[in-house]
Design a protein around this ligand. Structure first.
Ligand SMILES: [Zn+2]
Length: 64
């Protein structure tokens, strides 16, 4: 069973922006454009330049 997402957020470690995707297909990019998220409350998609992801952003997702 999948966990339900309550808030879909990450913080970019490069520019410090916190970006949040509030609904499906709500694509958000930080101001330095290194990281982006999508999926809203349906799925937690992260776009980042290379692994490991924790090099580029702090994961702030919250589940129900
Ligand atoms: Zn950034």
């Amino acid at each position: 069973m999948n966990k339900r997402i309550k808030r879909n957020r990450i913080r970019c470690k490069c520019c410090g922006d916190i970006i949040e995707s509030r609904q499906i297909y709500d694509f958000q990019q930080c101001s330095c454009k290194k990281v982006a998220i999508d999926g809203g409350l349906e799925y937690a998609k992260r776009i980042f330049p290379s692994n490991p992801p924790e090099k580029f952003y702090d994961e702030l997702v919250e589940y129900e």
